[in-house]
Design a protein around this ligand. Structure first.
Ligand code: F6P
Length: 539
């Protein structure tokens, strides 16, 4: 008997030449191949999926017991099996009071208590109850963290710029001294609060940048420097050793993965920037998506559908990357955030049981906001030899009513791109264009080849009313659960990240060699580069 994978492959072989556009002869296609959750629409009608393929993909979710896996996630089962941990970031945004029991204790109690402390802290900073060492107010906040302790808060703080009511937030992540230097040089240490955000409180980049910031604070504030420090971590012993007062530390548990942590204390910069009401709406948006993911039938379940489209493109059509294209300048950092969420979660080569995966896992994720990308890499999307499924995001309304004409242009461009990708321009149409441009004979044929677009390139569009805190919460949770869906279908562990270890270990071993110790035992390239880099060639 054929497996569902084989049936999918056979179906693809039969239908690969069917133009996506022709699928719209079915007038109900848009309705049938789109789904909505609380006014957030996912349109996947501009893909080559037809109802047979979708039925098979839904059967695939049954064969991997996706529903049971979703229940296990929300229940707090130790599904991160290589670290023996539950995965409960959803508890950080849970709105219901139904206890979530882990080792017999309701985790919601700690979550709510920490949220209340964070909110009080933010209110006190906003109101001036908590002051800087000189009694003045904090006008600026620097979040020092990396990976999940940076990308989520940096992305969401920027995304919610129209809702900012608090101090300006800055983010330092790179161990390259240029990052901390360039940030500090524009700030006044007497007005700046520094958050050191690290789940483990050992990450070399964060600790190095944190120490540099502490020296900067000390130069201005002396012994009072630590009054300008706050920490977010699971390692409370280490935050104390760093000199941060316990009432300035916001802890969280190891059942929150770094790349899933912006809903709790790691989201402190977001809360400081937008205040409690907006932060709660952000959590509510994510919780609404959680409820939908848990309860909606697979056929109308947005994260599941997005995951299935991803599986179709990656495993069945063989498209190895996907482009995230937010037509929303405030979502400028979304592609970078999703690179960690998606690629650190699903960039794996073995299944939960350690056996090699039989098929491709996580695709390469990349992207830039539209319309900027149109003037950069869209050439390849339209006419390159690789097919890259595009994922558009667009709001019905922007945040500047006085610039509504900009937003109309933005929407027109977004829709034009997905239409152009799907419809393309045939050689016959391109020949007409070439004629209109004055080309004749062989030259017209030659130009027609350059002016034609293959089309039939798939895209999905996420459309929402406006990028509010609630909607941002929905969008991020949608992507989180899409990653979960795909990881569950591949049978891998989406919640560990062993692939980042080796480079870290080698960097520690290389540091003395960079400082001049002999590079014995290193390969020729590494020794050669060490030699080259030890020469001070600055002129
Ligand atoms: O290097 C990968 C990683 O472990 C990420 O998973 C994590 O988000 C990041 O480093 C930062 O870790 P921490 O919050 O412990 O400093």
């Amino acid at each position: 008997m054929s497996t569902i994978w084989q049936l999918l492959e056979e179906h693809r072989a039969k239908t690969a030449e069917v133009p996506i556009l022709s699928l719209f002869q079915d007038e109900g296609r848009f309705d049938d191949f789109s789904a909505e959750q609380d006014e957030l629409l996912l349109d996947f009608s501009k893909t080559s999926l037809d109802s047979t393929a979708l039925d098979l993909l839904v059967q695939l979710t049954e064969s991997v017991q996706l529903e049971e896996k979703i229940d296990a996630l929300f229940r707090g089962d130790p599904i991160n099996t290589t670290e023996g941990r539950a995965v409960l970031h959803t508890a950080l945004r849970a709105q219901a009071d139904t206890p979530i029991l882990l080792d017999g204790k309701d985790v919601l109690l700690g979550v709510r208590d920490t949220l209340a402390r964070m909110e009080q802290f933010a209110q006190d900073i906003h109101s001036g109850r908590i002051t800087a060492a000189d009694g003045g107010s904090f006008t600026d906040v620097i979040n020092i963290g990396i990976g999940g302790s940076d990308l989520g808060p940096a992305m969401a703080t920027l995304a919610l710029a129209p809702y900012h009511t608090g101090p300006r937030c800055h983010f330092v992540s790179n161990v390259d001294g240029a990052h901390v230097h360039d940030t500090l040089q524009n700030l006044d240490p007497r007005r700046t609060l520094v958050i050191i955000a690290s789940k483990t409180f050992t990450t070399i980049e964060t600790m190095t940048n944190g120490n540099t910031a502490l020296v900067w604070l000390r130069e201005a504030l002396g012994d009072k420097a630590t009054e300008h420090l706050t920490a977010v971590s699971t390692a409370l012993d280490k935050t104390t050793a760093f000199g941060i007062a316990p009432d300035r530390v916001f802890g969280f548990e190891n059942w929150v993965g770094g790349r899933y942590s912006l809903w709790g204390p790691i989201g402190l910069p977001i809360l400081l920037a937008i205040g409690s009401d907006s932060f709660r709406q952000f959590l509510q948006g994510a919780a609404a998506m959680d409820d939908h993911f848990r309860t909606a039938p697979m056929r109308v379940n947005l994260p599941v559908l997005m995951g299935l489209v991803g599986i179709w493109h990656n495993n069945i059509c063989g498209y190895g990357s996907r482009a995230v294209l937010p037509y929303d300048q405030h979502l400028q950092r979304l592609p970078a955030y999703l690179q960690q969420l998606d690629m650190e979660s699903n960039g794996k080569q073995v299944a939960q049981d350690g056996t090699p995966l039989p098929r491709a896992s996580g695709p390469v994720v990349w992207g830039e906001p539209g319309t900027n990308g149109q003037h950069a890499f869209y050439q390849l999307l339209h006419q390159g030899t690789a097919v890259v499924p595009a994922e558009f995001l667009i709001a019905a309304e922007g945040h500047s009513p006085e610039l509504a004409h900009h937003h109309q242009l933005l929407k027109a461009n977004c829709l034009a791109q997905s239409e152009a990708l799907m419809c393309g321009r045939s050689n016959a149409e391109a020949t007409v264009v070439a004629s209109e441009r004055g080309f004749e004979g062989d030259e017209r044929e030659r130009m027609a080849a350059h002016l034609s677009f293959p089309g039939n390139r798939p895209s999905t569009t996420i459309a929402y009313p406006k990028l509010t805190p609630f909607v941002l919460g929905q969008i991020i949770a949608l992507y989180e659960h899409r990653v979960f869906t795909e990881g569950a279908i591949w049978g891998l562990n989406s919640f560990d990240q062993w692939g980042v270890e080796l480079g870290k270990e080698l960097a520690v071993a290389l540091l003395p060699m960079v400082d001049g110790a002999p590079s014995d035992g290193k390969d020729g390239s590494t020794s050669g580069l060490l030699d080259k880099l030890s020469q001070n060639t600055a002129k």
